[in-house]
Design a protein around this ligand. Sequence first.
Ligand code: FAD
Length: 476
Amino acid sequence: MQTITELSKKPWFLGSLVLVFVVVVLWSIPIEKRKYGLSQSNLVTDYTGLLPERVERVVKAENRTKLQKIVIETNEKGGQQISVAGLQHSQGGHTYYKDGVVLDMRSFNDVLEINEQDKTIRVEGGATWEDVQNAITPYGLALKVTQSQSIFSIGGSLSVNAHGRDIHFGPMAGTVKEMTLLTPTGEIKKVTRESSEEWMQYVFGGYGLFGVILDVTLELTENDVYTIHTEELKTVEYESYFKNLLDHNNTAMHYARVSVAPSSFLDEMYVINYNYTGKQDHKTPLKGEQGIRLSKLALDLGRQGGFLEELFWETQKLYIDSIDGNTITRNNAMRSESTFMEFTKPGRVEVLQEFFIPVHSYEEYINDLKQLLSSNDKNEDFKVHNITVRYAAKDNHTSLNYAKEDMFGLVILIQHGLKEKEIANAKAIIQDWTSLTLDHGGTYYLPYYRYQTKEQFMKSYPEWEKFREEKLRRDG
Ligand SMILES: Cc1cc2nc3c(=O)[nH]c(=O)nc-3n(C[C@H](O)[C@H](O)[C@H](O)COP(=O)(O)OP(=O)(O)OC[C@H]3O[C@@H](n4cnc5c(N)ncnc54)[C@H](O)[C@@H]3O)c2cc1C
């Protein structure tokens, strides 16, 4: 029999030990599932936990008559606000008012009808994209527009007029044929695109202020099979690269990531395209979350900044390179992982922000951004972990419109501390960032925590006055 000393000289033995060590390390990475929003008694908070508030009551949405009764009775009583909550992933307290009534839409989630011929689905407002994908995949159908993840509710997504990675369909509001709305005065109305009362224009991107979306009929498309194409680029090449992509019409979906590693800060990017193969799919199952611990380990390394952020960027590039040439169905491309991003370090918070910038201003904007942000945030409180770029085509459907022309949306993952002065510092940087964006003809997205000033809001959304007038008029 060989002794341990003899065994330790064998390469296979050492290799096995390393493998066991890596597996143990990976398995010991905790997978966090935070409690937030309606999961917490009457003291609710938003996804960031920054805005705890006591509400009077939370009502589970069971049926239309009950919802209608609550709206009418609360209006009659007066003095109390009603809010609507989907999956509560918005950051900033959009789904509750102090001492108000919260309508919890999560149980109002039935798929009502799938029309294979017309390629449409009618579904209740509390259903998630996951519910919709489960229902339509067997028919070989897929969504036209959804966020990068499938964890959100339909009502919550339309109320922010979400956008995704498809470069041809524009924002989500354009994919709704019909809607049933419970208006602020308690009427239940069928609303179509042609309807002269223009409810859709205010309800979509209206953050629950114009009534409850009870159900919608969404346009669908085929569950195409795509080839993934990945490429590394310099930031200065991106504008013309993207215009070329649009002109050639071979790509269905696209997104990009910009380096936040110190040595290539805002200079390097990689792109991921989903190219048509001409094939469609009826049988590939929906994928579950994969590689959560590994992705979390990599992100946690990047969170340390400095050299480890360099390592994270290089690892991402290697991974992206490794998926070049793979095939994937449209439905699976529309359900990216999210659990690995959970972050629960005491005293710190991670928030999202999104800035929209006209496509033709991208290069100039990034150059100016380099002057504003620190390329190495290792020792700073305010840290930028990730910048993803998506295309948001001009929106002709909504009043509170973030894309008045063709835009790139830069989604930013930020971490900062929770002490008063740390929050104030984050606020100051994000306000400067917003001013820079406005100077370049851009806007910012409203589902996230509000660091911006009122003036910045009014400049980003010049239709706010008309929006407010309509809100007051339709409240009755
Ligand atoms: C990790 C992460 C990734 C994201 N990725 C993207 C992305 O790729 N693209 C993008 O555009 N956005 C993205 N977002 C933002 C996201 O789309 C919004 O926060 C969306 O509102 C979340 O849906 P929800 O069901 O959680 O809505 P909630 O947060 O519950 O509600 C959002 C708003 O909708 C209202 N509302 C909810 N349900 C209804 C209803 N039935 N009728 C009327 N009003 C209602 C609420 O009152 C509130 O104002 C992302 C957010 C996170 C946290």
